[in-house]
Design a binder for this molecule. Structure first.
Ligand code: UDP
Length: 252
């Protein structure tokens, strides 16, 4: 049988949310099952999100993150942690992947993930509208062996692993490996740290693997881009409250 994929997506209400979730849902629909989509919202589950999820035809769970996050820069960290707790609590077996709602994913990516034994990693193309450029972030590989990293930004030199949130996936069995996680026993849940933005991925991965030798670069030679991290500046975009039209628009 095929390995289950557990795709974790934090999401929140904004102008492009329906567009993003519909696109991602339709991509996931094209991935051969078994696949579970865990979509996490903050504070409450919105009707719009529920409606989109129901229509995708993908097996999903719609969760709410009840923690109070006062940190405006949180950007989905607590929501991903809610999903990790859910996976751990229900002993879900599969390859866990953090897929933000706004990025673009190829079907090949999801198919390649099924080859991962422990922790898979690959290069991601980052498209930043504000910076007016596209760069690569992620591993340089020889076969499946990670031998170096793509990185361009000086400030990021301090990171141990140069990986984007959408550039790695891991076997959920790692979450049960209590010896790996440097956490107190009073807080046994394996989580993403609320460390500085840009360091969450590396801190999380540092707890899963000792070094590059325990990572599996995919696809062979890490030679193809399989997903794109998009930074579209859409703040302030005016949008209707929901996309369910109760009455016809005025016709002039
Ligand atoms: N996100 C969220 N609440 C927020 C900000 C972000 O749920 O207040 C989600 C967002 O929908 C996306 C992920 O977190 O799935 C990453 O957010 P964003 O793309 O804004 O971060 P960036 O990619 O710019 O770091």
């Amino acid at each position: 049988p095929q390995k289950q994929l557990i795709v974790v997506t934090p999401t929140y209400n904004r102008a492009l949310q329906a567009f993003y979730l519909t696109r991602l849902g339709q991509t996931l629909r094209l991935v051969p099952p078994p696949l579970l989509w865990i979509v996490v919202e903050m504070n409450s589950a919105s009707m719009d999100t529920a409606d989109i999820l129901r229509k995708t035809g993908v097996m999903y769970r719609h969760l709410v993150c009840a923690r109070n996050s006062t940190n405006v820069k949180d950007r989905g960290v607590q929501q991903r942690n809610t999903a990790l707790e859910h996976i751990e609590h229900h002993n879900l077996d599969g390859i866990v992947y953090f897929a933000d709602d706004d990025n673009i994913y190829s079907i090949e990516l999801f198919e390649s993930m099924r080859e991962i034994r422990r922790c898979g990693i690959w290069p991601v193309a980052m498209l930043a509208q504000s910076k007016n450029k596209a760069i690569l972030e992620g591993p340089v590989c020889n076969g499946s062996q990670v031998i170096g990293w793509h990185t361009n930004e000086k400030s990021k030199k301090l990171r141990r692993f140069h990986v984007d949130m959408s550039g790695f996936a891991f076997n959920s069995t790692i979450l049960w490996d209590h010896k790996r996680w440097h956490r107190s026993t009073s807080d046994p849940i394996r989580q993403l740290d609320r460390v500085k933005e840009g360091f969450q991925e590396t801190k999380f991965i540092e707890q899963m693997v000792e070094d590059e030798s325990q990572m599996e670069g995919i696809p062979h030679g890490c030679s193809r881009i399989m997903n794109w991290h998009l930074h579209l500046e859409a703040r302030g975009l005016v949008h209707p409250k929901g996309w369910l039209l109760q009455k016809n628009l005025d016709v002039v």
